[in-house]
Design a protein around this ligand. Structure first.
Ligand SMILES: C[S@@+](CC[C@H](N)C(=O)[O-])C[C@H]1O[C@@H](n2cnc3c(N)ncnc32)[C@H](O)[C@@H]1O
Length: 305
């Protein structure tokens, strides 16, 4: 698979090594179906200037917004994954800044952004705090530009804990109570973060797992639509886009991470990318009858394939 440096609509993958604002300025209006990204949190990481602070974070978003909005199709979506900025022992939830900047800045346009979900991404491991509760979640804000043109819930359903559970009263008494295809994954996603032993780990200090962009891409886009990550780091969103047969456009300012993104996205195209399957962290006791998948459900799933 060829990786292009300059965007053209027919490219499967375009990867830009530089400032994402320069990339966006060269993308035609309404090209992008879905943006998924995690921007720098200005927390002194290797890819940040030590002087960066919360004002740097705000300015970055004020500077990027109009271009991001312009390149997004009406009916398209923007998913922004962030955590917290901590300075002087003060914790700032970055999603509330993003919410205010994006919704207010979009009011001047014809299709203001609408917040569709605030997804809590929870994970079991991380730094252990001694003076407050240890942080074990970050968030993903899902905005749509106007009404979303696509939402495929069936493609991202997750296993029920007890698929064999039956309704115990009402007109459906005795029938299975859940959906044979699985349950809505809800707005709380328990997905392991990419720490040292994780199969997806690279030298990038802040990767998110492939499962996050993969769920969003499956639910919010169709085959061959264009997915953008303006702060792509090690290329995780691109890996998910290629696995799901979408087109991908990414920018990364640091050459060492840009090279990793090329390697990982090429591996995804060759079917050799290392990926943790999106499966539940806790699997219920299979000895319990209601925890086993009913044969009727297995058949519906098979027919759906
Ligand atoms: C939080 S990391 C993203 C990690 C990514 N989600 C992954 O899974 O690898 C943010 C990335 O944005 C890059 N970056 C910062 N400012 C940028 C800019 N103006 N344009 C493009 N990339 C930028 C940083 O070098 C860093 O790799």
């Amino acid at each position: 698979m060829r990786i292009y440096k300059n965007y053209r609509e027919k490219n499967k993958v375009t990867l830009y090594n530089g400032n994402c604002i320069d990339l966006l300025r060269n993308i035609p209006d309404q090209s992008v179906n879905l943006t998924i990204t995690s921007p720098p949190y200005c927390m002194g990481k290797a890819y940040e200037d030590p002087q960066d602070d919360i004002n740097t974070f705000k300015k970055l978003h004020l500077d990027i917004f109009d271009e991001l909005y312009r390149v997004t199709k009406v009916g398209g979506n923007i998913c922004w994954q962030v955590g917290y900025h901590v300075s002087d022992k003060c914790v700032v939830p970055l999603d509330y800044l993003i919410y205010n900047i994006f919704t207010e800045m979009s009011l001047k346009f014809d299709h203001p952004l609408i917040l569709r979900n605030r997804i809590i991404w929870t994970f079991g491991h991380g730094l252990n705090s001694t003076n407050r509760f240890s942080g074990r979640h970050e968030t993903i804000l899902w905005f749509s530009k106007g009404t979303p043109s696509h939402f495929d819930l069936d493609s991202v359903r997750v296993p029920q804990k007890y698929p064999g559970k039956r309704a115990y009263k009402g007109s459906r008494k005795g029938e299975f109570s859940g959906n044979p295809l699985g349950k809505n994954p809800s707005d709380v996603w328990d997905i392991p973060n990419v720490k040292a032993m994780h199969v997806e780990k690279t030298i990038h200090p802040c990767q998110f797992p492939v499962a996050i962009p993969q769920r969003l891409i499956k639910a919010l886009t169709s085959q061959n639509e264009l997915v953008l990550d303006p702060f792509m780091g090690s290329g995780t969103t691109g890996v998910a886009a290629i696995i799901e047969n979408r087109r991908f456009l990414g920018a990364e300012i640091m050459p060492e991470y840009y090279s990793i993104a090329i390697e990982r996205i090429t591996a995804a195209a060759n079917g050799t990318a290392k990926i943790r399957e999106d499966k539940p962290v806790l699997i219920p006791d299979q000895n319990s009858a209601v925890a086993r998948l009913p044969e009727e459900f297995a058949k519906v799933r098979e027919d759906k394939k």
